[in-house]
Design a protein around this ligand. Structure first.
Ligand code: DAH
Length: 345
């Protein structure tokens, strides 16, 4: 008798399915409630003979577990179904993720350079990217026939005219001239910015890139000041122990002029591809401001002297991050840029 009931209800429970909370509650009351079927069956069980008890005990427990398990499973399913239908959102889907942007490696390096020179009292100055011949060339002591004025290097916007040629600036040295024309010494500034040259784009050359110009003009400024300033800069940027050396060079706007090398940051001077196995890499040009340039900017060259330097930001970044192909800097490929995540926001 009891066995028949259990068999019949087992079939009913196995067949039961619902996603509806009310139907499920009916199921719970019917089978698991305080006046439910399981309670009744357990009551009946008390009255059966001892032999029957032995054979039915296990069946009865399994029946109870089946009812409870069915209820639990359907309840969990109906809860998931409920939230998804109510709000139209499926909360079981993975989240969308939150992308934090990253700074461009050139911006990171520019900022670092500015911070180092700020500590030495250098302010930041800027000038226009479209320049006239005077500020880009003539005031900087470029002779009339200097090859850098040639169409090959310079993007001219207008040839001739009232104020002479107009071109995209080929270097940030033009900002030196603007600064000196506009003020009185002492000058102590760095001038970051974009510059343009008529070059075919390749891994090693680009038609635009970035420079930081430096200028320090005051009474009694010497080459020793230049060396000490740049030495400090290199120790801050690439770490203490980075060696520097100065090689004589030529720029129209400085006399004497030099190029500065540092011990290779990649191989620490042992020799590698970056330094072409010399142990040294060139990072900037520099020199004492030519008295002609001071005079051109109405600064008394008898009273004042100064030093200047100019470096390419891409070059500095290349040595910091080993970015070998210049084109990466301007392609804006997110896979490249994302590598330079920074906590500086
Ligand atoms: N203007 C130079 C260039 O574009 C770099 C440079 C060299 C700037 C020497 C300077 C300097 O101020 O003193 O190649």
């Amino acid at each position: 008798m009891l066995q028949d009931k259990i068999t019949q209800y087992t079939a009913e429970i196995n067949a039961f399915s619902t996603a509806n909370a009310d139907e499920l509650e009916q199921f719970r009351i019917k089978f698991l409630g305080t006046k439910g079927i399981i309670k009744d069956i357990f009551d009946e069980f008390k009255a059966v003979s001892p032999e029957e008890k032995r054979s039915l005990g296990k069946v009865l427990n399994e029946f109870k577990q089946l009812a409870e398990a069915k209820y639990q499973t359907l309840k969990e399913q109906s809860e998931v179904a409920d939230t998804s239908t109510d709000s139209g959102l499926d909360l079981t889907l993975p989240g969308e993720g939150f992308e934090v942007g990253s700074r461009h490696p050139l911006a990171l390096v520019r900022r670092e350079i500015i911070e180092i020179f700020n500590k030495l009292g250098f302010v930041v100055a800027e000038g226009p990217e479209i320049e006239d011949d005077w500020h880009n060339f003539s005031a900087l002591n470029f002779p009339e026939e200097h090859p850098a004025r040639d169409m090959q290097d310079t993007f001219f916007i207008r040839k001739g005219g009232e104020n002479g040629d107009i071109a995209l600036r080929t270097h940030t040295s033009s900002v030196q001239v603007r600064m000196m024309e506009a003020g009185k010494p002492p000058f102590r500034a760095i001038m970051p910015g974009r510059v343009y040259r008529n070059e075919a784009i390749s891994a090693r050359a680009h038609c635009f890139f970035h420079q930081v110009e430096g200028l320090y003009v005051d009474e009694n400024v010497s080459f020793a000041d230049l060396k000490q300033t740049l030495f400090y800069f290199v120790q801050e940027l690439y770490g203490e122990g980075t060696k520097v050396r100065f090689r004589p060079s030529y720029f129209p706007f400085t006399e004497p002029s030099a190029e500065m090398d540092i011990s290779c940051t990649i191989c620490k001077g042992d020799g590698c591809q970056m330094c072409k196995h010399s142990g040294w890499v060139e990072i900037l040009g520099c020199g004492m401001v030519d008295p002609n340039v001071l005079d051109n900017c109405n600064i008394d060259s008898k009273k004042y002297s100064g030093f200047a330097f100019g470096m390419g930001i891409e070059r500095i970044a290349n040595l910091k991050f080993e970015i070998k192909d210049l084109r990466l800097f301007s392609e804006n490929d997110a896979r490249f840029l994302k590598q330079y995540k920074t906590s500086l926001i």
